[in-house]
Design a protein around this ligand. Sequence first.
Ligand code: UTP
Length: 302
Amino acid sequence: MTSTRARISKAVIPAAGLGTRFLPATKATPKEMLPVVDKPAIQYVVEEAVAAGLSDVLMITGRNKRPLEDHFDRNYELEETLTRKGDDSRLARVRESSDLATMHYVRQGDPRGLGHAVLCAEPHVGDQPFAVLLGDDLIDPRDPLLSRMIAVQEQYGGSVVALMEVDPASIHLYGSAAIEATGEEGVVRVTDLVEKPEAAQAPSCYAVIGRYVLDSVVFETLKKTRPGRGGEIQLTDALRELAHRDDKGGLVHGVVFNGRRYDTGDRADYLRAIVRLACERDDLGPDFRAWLRSYVNEEMQE
Ligand code: UTP
């Protein structure tokens, strides 16, 4: 890393998708606002960015954006009521989300794909590398990933994606990466990317998951990227182009993630996230685990 290179400080969170897999819950509410135990999924994502040192957060919003903005804003009426009641612990919980980060918002007029959502961040990001965290992808707070990705970007330059080995039967749900070893444990060079391939066409079972650290050259590439799979402008297609280049801003590396990750836009994974995170909570965990144990025992007897 050269001493003149600025430290990555900005996080971009695309949250403008339609969330059709979760209808009708997402008819009038963004899927990122669905609660995981007692916090909306998006708050975990912003907390993760802040924990990795990124306190400047740009959220890409779409229709139904109000709840997202309101959640990270002050709610004076509620705060006043809790203050009057002397309910300090709930007051602290209400203030947590508004004190978390410096939040910015930009609207993606039409949901024309993840690549198009990322392009909406260009005026805010400028020419520095930046992180992208998908608003519906929850990385368990006990398994840090983003700080490692930032370190890898600072070491190698270019862009960095997060990769997770998945069952071949599931690779069609993700971008799939062709990889080469770098000699460094858990870090690979990405030589090709294919968005949502059939298992037989997938270059590997390494799936791209929702964390990226990108060189700002990606904006120029996205402007030239034609609609791909599903008629959407795909971030994977722009990264594929960068993976084939090794000039300035090119090169893509992958950090292999073995931790816990939940797609909160998927109903079954959303339920798994709630159960796992609730079990680990000091306040709810002991009672909830005891109930879960007896529930599972009853189910096994049937
Ligand atoms: P998904 O592929 O999960 O799409 O987007 P979706 O529309 O949100 O959800 P489903 O599949 O219809 O249920 C991946 C991420 O990219 C964002 C989404 O908000 C999500 O964080 N996204 C997607 C945008 O911000 N804009 C888009 O145009 C598309």
